[in-house]
Each structure stands twice: as structure tokens, then as C-alpha cells.
Design a protein around this ligand. Sequence first.
Ligand code: NAP
Length: 484
Amino acid sequence: MVSRVIPVDRFDLVIFGGTGDLARRKILPGLFRRFMAGQMPEGSRIIGAARSELDDQAYRDMAREALEEFIDKDRRPKECVDAFIEQIHYVAIDATGTGGWSELAQTMSSDTVRAFYFSVAPSLFGALAERLHEHNIADSQSRIVVEKPFGRDLETARTLNRTLAQHFDETQIYRIDHYLGKETVQNLMAVRFGNVLFEPLWNSQYVDHIQITVAETVGVGGRGAYYDKSGAMRDMVQNHLMQLLCLIAMEPPSRFDPDAVRDEKLKVIRALEPVAPHDIVRGQYDAFNGAPSYREDVEDPQSLTESFIAMKLHVSNWRWAGTPFYLRTGKKLRARTSEIAVVFKDAPHSIFGQAEKAHRNILTIRLQPNEGMTLGVTIKEPGPGGMRLIDVPLDMSFADALGPEAGEVPDAYERLIMDVIRGNQTLFMRGDEVEAAWAWTDPIIEGWEARGDAPKPYEPGTSGPEDAQILIHREGRRWREIKE
Ligand code: NAP
């Protein structure tokens, strides 16, 4: 199967923070892959911008090194890298200073799509937005891309939204959540709304519960200082898991258009009930086999920040009344895996007798590893000996179903950057969505702080603290195994 490449207009993409980790690891390699796919029309340019005093050549050298580090050798023929690098430029700019802005203004081409990627700390967003306007670099057609974290609570998110709104219209602001750029996440919408099969069953009458798991094997690593101020709730639940929940729970939008989709997602967030303390378990990884504990990693022996969280949520509307959503995410767990499991109810009556009652259909959507979907169906165990039932997977790994080309699907960042150039906001968070997510998150975090709740320790390499098992066992359900 050959994937279709849709042409885009010529563009100038300015990466503020062009020398940073995100630019090197994701943005530049992603752009190179799009260049290879023929999606960087002639005359398009990438302009790195940061305080470091580099010239074009030094920045190009840095970009070349980034490609060498993050793209397999056989996927970057030298002549292609050379041609890509020719399209890269650099301007030294301090977001809060005056130098470099006139030079950037002169560097920009006319008659191109102008996009500005704010790959810097959120505290610099306001200064960047202001200067882009002051120097007439951005116009009413320009787009800005902003990275998470988008605020750390409702108040800071509102302030950020207000700051950006002083200079840019909402239709120009692209708030990235890279989970939304993942192919399987988009497939979730295709499966739900492109097939007649699932939608009639997609409600509390047929769905017993839904589990969303995002498990990592790594600890906080070098990000300890940053992570300790945020924790799993702010770093993962408020954005990534919330977005997955929205796509699973939302009503069908009338069409696949940015505001129609985002309106429906917003309704889900607004329908979330407050979560009772006994429906949340927080954890913190322990020291293990000589590896440091969370508290040692973040260098705070008193830290009360969670590196694991599990919770039970209710979406309070007609479709989902009575169907709980279980969310779980954490660091240093047994395996690196992200999946959504829709667990359907038992058949209302078993014609095969009581012994064969305990079979359930489960639709599993795997985001990583091995993106794909599995539908567990119940069949007869082959052979003589009566009607004994077993569950088998109807397995659809994208790599198998779509052939070798499936391995070539764009990664989340490159897909999302191209959406920015095309001006399609469907897979980006709108300001009111972000605020609604914080409005739901804030009271939970404030509750922990007011009570001085301490996270439960857990052993690395496990599924998290024992209490997370109890959270779901007490209702006769069980977590799916965390495995690759
Ligand atoms: P980083 O490695 O610390 O890079 C920060 C960049 O900002 C550097 O290029 C730095 O270059 C530039 N910078 C700092 N102060 C500046 C100023 N006053 N004016 C202009 N440029 C300035 O950070 P990062 O990991 O790339 O992350 C960038 C943003 O993306 C952050 O908001 C982060 O939270 C977010 N994010 C990162 C990741 C990731 O995987 N790295 C993932 C999700 C979100 P100079 O020092 O040369 O100025």
C-alpha cells in the first residue's frame, strides 16, 4: 500500500528554541522525513532561532548531527540531507530582548505560510507573541505552535490564553498534544465513526468499563527538577490521558472539522464528575537493585509528588452513566505500553451454561508498541468434548494489515507540523478545552495538598502500588496486564 502525500503550500517555519532538545530530537528529524516525502515545496525554509550566537553554517552542522543521531542511516541518503540542510537558516534572538528581530523580519519570505514554533519555556510565549507583532513578522494568516505544559493550573492556563489572545486569534494558535498526532489515536475516530459496527454498542448498555493505560519503564531521569513540580497528574493525565478519554467518550461530531470535533471533546471534559479521594491512588517509585528512588532522583527526600496515578472516573451523560473509566499512568513500570481497552459486558444469557459464562469481548487499541487493534471474540475450542468456549484475538497490527509501507507512517510531530502548515486545527487543543481540563484537575490536586496526602511507594518493574489493584478489584474488575 502506498501512502498518499498531500501537497502543502510553500512555508517559512521559525523554530524558537531551535537549539533545544525538542527541536533536535523531534522537530528537525520530523521535518526531514516530510522533506523526503516531498512535502517541503521548493523555497520553503526552516529558521532556527535562539540566544546562542550561531551562524547559518554552525546551525546547519547542529541540524546535521541531530539527523545523524535520530534518523537511521539507511533513511538519510547524503544528497537528501545536503539538500534539506540548504533550506535551514538561523537567527540569534533573545525572546525578551531587542536584538535579532529586524534580521528575522528581513529573512522572512513573502507569499509563504508563516509558522512560528514556540519550543521554549512557556514564560517566554508572551514576549515572543508581542515581538512578532511589534516587528510585523506575524500577520493575520500566520500560525503559532505552542508546546505543553500549557499552564500548571486553571489560572496560569487562563493567563497564557489571554496573553496569546492579545496578539493572535484562536484560529492561529496550535496547542500541541503529540498524542493526538499518533496514527492509532486518529484511527480511533475512523473506527468509531467510519464503521457501523461499533457505534451502536458504544454506550453503557453494552460497555462494562474502559481502561486507559500509559506505562513507562523509565524514571524521571534528568528531568527531575521539572517533573517534581508537576507529577503524573499534570504531566500526563490533564493532557494526554484526558485527550484519549475524550476521543473514546465523545458523541459523533456532525463532520470531521476542527470546531465540530473540539466541541464534542469539550462536552466530555465538562461532563466529568469530580473524583472522590478513594477513587484515586497515587504512587512513587522506590529504590530498587541499587537504582535510586523517586525522591533520590528529584533530590527531595520529602517530595509528595506522584510518579504513578490510577483513578476511576465517571462521564456524567446519557451515553456513559454507569460505565466507569479507569485511567492509569506511571514511570518505572513493568513495560512500556500505551493502550485503551473497551471491555464489553457479558452476553445477557449464556446458552452454554454457567461454566461458559465468563467470556467477554474486549476491543484493545494499542498506541505503542506495535500500533494496532485487537478484538477479543469468543469461539468454540476446537476438537471433540462438547461446547467449550475460548477467547481468541482478531488481531490487526497496522504493520501486518497495511504492508511494509505502514512502517513509514509519519510520526506524531511531523504529522502535526504539516497540519499547522495546512491550517487544520482538528488535532490541536482549543483554549477552552485546556481550561476545562484544568478546571477538573485543580480541585483534585488542591485536595491532596490540603490533606498533605503522601503517594504510596511501589517497586519498580511492577504495575504500581497494591492499592491500585484494590481500586479496581473492589468492583469485581481487574486491570489488564502491563506488557509489551
Ligand atoms: P531545552 O532543551 O531547554 O531548549 C530550550 C530552547 O530555548 C533552547 O534552544 C534555548 O536556546 C532556547 N531559549 C532559552 N531561553 C531563550 C530566550 N530568552 N530567547 C530565545 N531562546 C531561548 O528545552 P526543550 O526540551 O527543547 O523544550 C522546549 C519546550 O518544549 C519546553 O516548553 C518544554 O516543556 C516543551 N516540551 C519538550 C519536550 C521534549 O521532549 N524535549 C516534550 C514536550 C514539551 P539558547 O539557550 O541558545 O537561547
